[in-house]
Design a protein around this ligand. Structure first.
Ligand code: UDX
Length: 474
């Protein structure tokens, strides 16, 4: 088939949350390094936070300036998400999602109308699968419609087959249906408790999140291509089954490996430097604790975790975001906790996670099971202690603990106690089970490494994807 040799020009729209912006930036870099021209669009709020978090930056700073200096053609612009910069998107969660659903599309339309005839013209739309407007915009501007899925394909498959879950009464049936789900193509068996929280919830079926899910996972079926931040070998059966429906490419993990310039800032908060503190600790002795950028933890769970850390005797770095508890409360750590753990524990509001977990003194990760954190932890061969809180995290936990055996559950039920927290931390950090997890995760790391090597699955899939896009542009 004939291939168009003009450089493809893709416009990228990440979902305006930290866990989505990071893989989008890495996808942009990777595409640009293969000759794509990229126009990257952040919301003004995401841009504001990224630039604010950088030392010595001004709000006009273009986050891709460094990438451009190293020869990549990445253009950058921002768009309003419909809320003023000072609006607290984390606390006003539902309003924010509603805005992204309703206010965002006309802004995207307006931007495309302005940019579509850039030099060279934009040919591809690459948007987050959670956006509901992608096929409408792609059709209107005659663009190739590429959906970027930043979570595991298992999660995508469950959303994709929402009709089957509804038909079998497994949708929104948290306490009614406890029988195994064994009818989703490419998924041998999954328990209802391991479904994405939005598919389990009985209390908020008509909320904005459900409206987004209903629309977005119908819209993805109209995409020309779906690229996923996962690895073929990690989810081969599920990926193969979905490939029967649509062209799906597993191209992960999308890390900045291999770039001479990996300095594109992506962090929405200022990063505390933990490396000096880590260097004072013995090899593999530190537990890293973080619940990502978005999930909230109850004050009671924070207390149980704090006491569990205290009792465990283990050294730790704990990322306690100022908004970790979903209320205006600020004093949620137990009184005296920081004094009692002085020297053994370091509490920071945010850090450069990859720098921390790749440090040789880190030996375990207590995590909410965000997909980026899981991929990063496997990459650094750090076993996981799983405490899923919402969305895909319950499903991701199943992969980590039940399928790949590289982590443990923090608790068997949804409530945690300090005794169990301490016991599980100790089991994760040392002993026979810890050795086994370490061995398993090292093997899994090799799978990731191999996938990115020349002729590895992700590298091949990425090249195939680029080829297929070029054929389609013809
Ligand atoms: C969100 C969802 O909550 C998650 O379930 C989904 O899989 C992805 O989108 P988030 O909660 O932020 O993501 O978690 P995660 O996917 O782990 O992404 C967090 C990112 O922020 C990681 O890349 C991590 O390295 C980075 N991070 C986190 C930091 O750089 N510093 C920190 O202190 C904490």
């Amino acid at each position: 088939m004939e291939i168009n040799h003009q450089k493809p020009h893709a416009i990228l729209f990440p979902y305006p949350l930290q866990g989505h912006v990071i893989p989008f930036v890495h996808l942009a870099m990777k595409l640009a390094s293969k000759g794509f021209i990229i126009t990257f669009v952040n919301t003004q709020s995401v841009h504001h936070n990224i630039t604010k978090s950088q030392p010595n930056s001004t709000k006009e700073d273009d986050i891709f300036a460094g990438a451009r200096k190293s020869g990549l053609d990445i253009r950058y612009t921002t768009i309003s998400d419909g809320f003023p910069l000072g609006f607290d998107r984390s606390l006003n969660h539902d309003q924010f999602w509603e805005g992204v659903l309703l206010v965002f599309p006309p802004h995207v339309d307006e931007l495309l109308a302005k940019l579509v005839h850039s030099d060279p013209p934009i040919t591809c739309l690459i948007s987050d699968t959670f956006f509901v407007w992608s096929s409408m915009i792609a059709n209107k501007y005659n663009l190739i419609n590429i959906s970027f899925w930043t979570e595991p394909v298992l999660v995508l498959t469950l959303y994709y087959h929402l009709d089957l879950l509804i038909k079998n009464s497994h949708f929104a049936s948290r306490d009614n249906r406890k029988d195994t789900i064994d009818y989703i193509p490419g998924v041998r068996a999954i328990e209802p408790k391991d479904l994405i929280s939005y598919l389990q919830a009985t209390d908020n079926i008509s909320t904005v999140v459900h409206r987004i899910i209903n629309k977005a996972f119908e819209d993805v079926k109209r995409a020309d291509f779906v690229v996923c931040n996962t690895v073929q070998e990690l989810e081969s059966e599920t990926i193969l089954a979905l490939q029967e429906k649509q062209p799906i490419y597993a191209i992960g993990p999308l890390f900045p490996v291999g770039f001479t310039n990996n300095t594109v800032p992506t962090s929405l908060w200022s990063e505390s430097d933990c490396t000096q503190w880590l260097s004072t600790k013995p090899h593999g002795s530190v537990l890293y604790v973080s619940f990502g950028s978005y999930a909230h933890v109850t004050k009671q769970d924070i207390e149980e975790i704090a006491f569990g850390l205290l009792v465990s005797g283990v050294s730790f770095i704990w990322v306690v975001r100022p908004d970790i508890v979903s209320s205006d409360e600020t004093d949620f750590l137990p009184v005296g906790f920081e004094d009692e753990t002085k020297g053994r524990g370091l509490i920071v509001p945010w850090c450069r996670q990859m720098d921390v977990i790749s440090h040789p003194t880190v030996g375990g990760f207590l995590t909410h099971c965000g997909w980026n954190s899981i991929l990063e932890s496997i990459w650094c061969s750090v076993p996981l202690l799983c405490f899923p809180l919402l969305t895909d995290q319950f499903t991701n936990r199943k992969l980590v603990v039940d399928d790949w055996r590289v982590g443990l559950n923090l608790c068997d039920m949804r409530s945690i106690t300090r005794e169990e927290v301490a016991r599980k931390i100790n089991r994760l950090m040392s002993g026979k089970l810890a050795d086994e997890l370490r061995k398993n995760i090292k093997e899994l790391k090799k799978v990731l490494e191999n996938s990115l090597a020349t002729h590895g699955s992700s590298e091949n899939n990425f090249n195939q994807f680029i080829n297929d896009v070029k054929i389609k542009i013809r």
